[in-house]
Design a protein around this ligand. Structure first.
Ligand SMILES: Cc1ncc(COP(=O)(O)O)c(C=O)c1O
Length: 388
């Protein structure tokens, strides 16, 4: 007896994450897809598109790939990659060799390193812009020799600038450039870049998608079959593939994506509101705040304000470093998007953009109780201040 899985097209994301990408409903079938641990498959004669070798495709990837595509509104399957950076590097290589890449000045630092490295090896410029300044972005796309690729992060990591994705995508396409959006910070529940004109969406699935700080994975998604084929070929040949167990962990994490994001977004906005008035905090930024320069744009274009905020404690970089020695719940750690709240001073990395303030803490808000989070942060701010 078979009962086909309910179609996902008009279901809310909260339902999609819980129900999509499950095995067909046959009597006695498991409700979760199995993990296939095999590098090779029984296969005779000409390759016929069935399973053949686990670097080319792997059935353990497919449920997570299908679920990410559904959430991003793509008809084609997403592709998993061994890390967010494997997905980023793969997507950057879609740009025509020798043509300029336009990037946010505050894109994730390793993304900028890859873009510059590519330009050094293959020619072409990297034009770094304030991605929130649409006029500046369009000027960079069209300046002299038009750009071949426009890279967007929105919100940016770590400065939380918000891009006008539809306007930038339109200008980029008129100039013949591809548009890639790194949607890691907003998640597919927060915005749908493909619907706003992006050609490719990239994720560090290490962050919110898997959500438990126990997996390193990436994903690319597109509705363009040629781009998907290029991304897939590059993944196969470069070998940056996901392990079957990691893919399963990602799918398991995504089952609670909607619940987690709901709590994370609520907690982040509430903490930003409280921190903004705190005498021991010199500056706080979060798109939910009316003081954020692109608050109106975020309100108009996104379904969320994101789970990351930034703050600059009174007392500068030393106070920012000391804060992590005084918290009991908040974790001083890099990365973001886990269920646990964490923060780090970004300029501890020499490769972080010099325009990021020395004392800026990137704060990843988790799912804990808001009063516990507030109390722990508050007492740590007071303790650091008292020691100064
Ligand atoms: C926005 C963004 N894109 C890409 C990456 C790279 O992802 P991964 O660490 O999974 O390689 C990160 C990592 O922090 C990120 O924040």
């Amino acid at each position: 007896m078979e009962n086909t899985t309910a179609p996902n097209t008009h279901l809310a994301p909260a339902t999609v994450v819980a129900t999509a990408a499950r095995p067909p409903r046959t009597q006695g079938s498991p409700v979760n897809p199995p993990i296939t641990i095999s590098s090779t498959y029984y296969s005779l004669g000409e390759p016929d598109g069935t399973m053949l070798y686990a670097r080319w495709t792997n059935e353990s990837w497919h449920p997570a790939e299908k679920l990410i595509a559904t959430l991003e509104g793509a008809d084609l399957s997403a592709l998993l990659h061994s890390s967010g950076m494997a997905a980023v590097a793969n997507a950057i290589h879609l740009g025509a060799p020798g043509k300029a890449i336009v990037t946010p000045r505050h894109a994730y630092h390793a993304t900028l390193l890859v873009a510059h490295d590519r330009a050094k090896r293959e020619g072409g410029q990297v034009r770094e812009v304030d991605i929130a300044n649409t006029e500046e972005v369009i000027a960079a796309i069209t300046a002299g020799e038009p750009a071949g690729l426009v890279w967007i992060e929105s919100p940016t990591n770590p400065m939380l600038e918000i891009a006008d994705i539809p306007t930038i995508a339109k200008a980029a396409h008129e100039a013949g450039a591809l548009v890639v959006v790194d949607n890691t910070f907003a998640t597919p529940l927060g915005q749908h870049p493909l619907e706003e004109g992006a050609d490719v969406v990239v994720h560090s699935a290490t962050k919110y998608l898997s959500g438990h700080s126990d997996v390193v994975l990436g994903a690319t998604v597109t509705n363009n079959p040629e781009l998907q084929a290029e991304l897939q070929e590059e993944r196969t040949n470069s070998g940056g593939i996901a392990g079957p167990f990691e893919a399963w962990l990602l799918l398991r994490g995504m089952r609670t994506l909607s619940l987690r994001m709901e709590r994370i977004w609520q907690n982040a906005a509430e903490l930003a509101r409280r921190l903004e008035g705190h005498p021991l905090v010199a500056e706080v930024s979060h798109p939910s705040l009316a003081s954020h320069p692109q608050h109106d744009r975020a309100t108009a274009l996104m379904n969320c304000f994101g789970g990351v905020l930034t703050m600059r404690p009174v007392g500068g970089a030393q106070a920012a470093d000391d804060l992590g020695t005084r918290t009991n719940i908040w974790l001083p750690a890099t990365s973001l998007g886990g269920v646990e709240s964490s923060f780090e001073r970004r300029r501890r990395f020499p490769t972080e953009a010099p325009t990021v303030p020395e004392d800026l803490l990137r704060v990843s808000v988790g799912i804990e109780d808001i009063e516990d989070l507030w109390q722990d942060l508050e007492q740590a701010l007071q303790a650091v201040h008292a020691r100064r």
